[in-house]
Design a protein around this ligand. Sequence first.
Ligand SMILES: [Zn+2]
Length: 89
Amino acid sequence: MSKTFLRNERSEDMGTSKIFEYSLVKGDHKVWKIRLTSVSSDPTQSLMNPHLSQYGKMCFETKSTGYVCPVCNLDIDEYGYCGCGAGSS
Ligand SMILES: [Zn+2]
């Protein structure tokens, strides 16, 4: 069985955000590629945590508004998002 691993191909500084490119390599073939833009400078965390790459902080660091969504009963956060998305509209 050939080894599968994730390789950071490229990191490009775009000023306020960064572009990271990753390849999933199996043996000596690239089987999958992802390109992501992140406001965080940590490529691995940005890949594993879309919340960090989008907002620059982890989901648990996001402040709550104190409002609860009437649909899903979850806190609506400082960006206006809840569990189901109804709170953002
Ligand atoms: Zn909701």
